[in-house]
Design a binder for this molecule. Structure first.
Ligand code: PEP
Ligand code: MG
Length: 325
């Protein structure tokens, strides 16, 4: 089965009725870029940058970050690389005294909230990403956004950094795209509004599920109910995809859900065309996509939309895939 999947990896990612679907890779470490290439990822849809910060005891310098991002970007040879700025907090804690113990770390001082309070750390990272952007096709992604106010602050800082680089005669891509993670209920509800301010969305179903259901994604006591097939979560995902389409911006889904074979037809039925996942899930996802018809996926979505329980939705999606591959 493994080797058969590997032969299929050379095939185009199209549905039976010839709709092209984009499969991108999520990576956490620069060295994983080779896994992305081997598995024929069209690009890096999510380059998490926490590991560089967590490995080092001190904040990595601009030069260290620049070299780190550049190697990934160069190895992708012009394919897009979406670099997510530091998503600290929650389950990703920095081994430094910057961080206080919080009683609700997932609701606390994390990701963009931390970066906006530490503009020097934020600016250093943006400078490094911008300077590396001339070596390929780079996009910047902001995690854990919950208001337009945050986006406006980010854009202001990005503009300042670009001006500084110009003054320093450092090259960068002046048209670099800026996007936000849709992973809080606030962002999903405001998606249509937020789309006026950014170039793309990336839906993070790991956190979105956690925050919509009010269930800690790391707590095993609730893991049996932590399910993205819960119709409430699906409604938020649908809302985000539709908002992006309406406002004509790109939307990718980069949570674990993107790689669930039984979720793929449902997401296609909602209109999603960009999936970003663990590089080793790409071959399996491609196999599923190549066995599907888009109009059947749309029918599945309409059927699911009327269902009330997580269990019947999940079962319907599982049977749908089972019948086809
Ligand atoms: C997510 O929340 O779905 C996501 C992709 O980001 P992370 O898992 O890094 O929080
Ligand atoms: Mg997240």
């Amino acid at each position: 089965f493994e080797s058969r999947l590997f032969q299929d990896i050379e095939q185009p990612t199209v549905t039976r009725d010839n709709c092209h679907v984009h499969l991108l890779a999520n990576i956490e470490f620069a060295h994983e870029v080779s896994d992305a290439r081997i598995n024929q990822a069209e690009g890096i849809g999510l380059f998490r940058t926490e590991s560089l910060f967590i490995e080092k005891q001190t904040m990595p310098s601009e030069e260290q970050q620049f070299a780190y991002y550049k190697q990934v970007i160069e190895q992708m040879e012009g394919r897009e690389v979406t670099v997510r700025v530091l998503d600290l907090g929650g389950d990703k804690i920095l081994p430094s005294n910057e961080y206080q113990l919080e009683s609700n770390p997932f609701l606390g001082w994390r990701a963009i909230r931390f970066l906006l309070d530490r503009p020097n750390i934020f600016k250093t990272q943006l400078r490094a990403i911008l300077r590396a952007s001339i070596f390929g096709k780079v996009k910047i992604l902001i995690p854990m956004v919950s208001s337009v106010d945050e986006i406006l602050k980010v854009k202001e800082i990005l503009k300042d950094v670009q001006q500084e680089l110009k003054n320093d005669k450092k090259e960068f891509d002046p048209h670099i795209k800026l996007g936000v993670m849709i992973e809080t209920p606030a962002a999903a509800i405001l998606a249509e509004t937020m789309a006026n301010y950014v170039d793309f969305f990336s839906i993070g179903t790991n956190d979105l599920t956690q925050y919509v259901l009010a269930m800690d994604r790391t707590n095993e006591m609730v893991s049996k109910s932590f399910n993205t097939f819960n119709p409430a979560v699906l409604r938020f995902v649908e809302m985000s995809i539709k908002a992006a389409h309406k406002k004509n911006i790109d939307v990718t889904l980069c949570g674990e859900f993107a790689a669930f074979p039984e979720a793929i037809p449902l997401l296609l039925g909602m209109g999603l065309r960009h999936f970003s996942m663990n590089p080793f899930s790409i071959a399996g996802a491609k196999k599923v996509i190549r066995s599907l018809n888009l109009d059947e996926c749309e029918l599945l979505f309409r059927k699911i939309r009327k269902m009330h329980t997580t269990q019947e939705i999940e079962r319907e999606c599982q049977n749908f895939v089972k019948e086809r591959i």
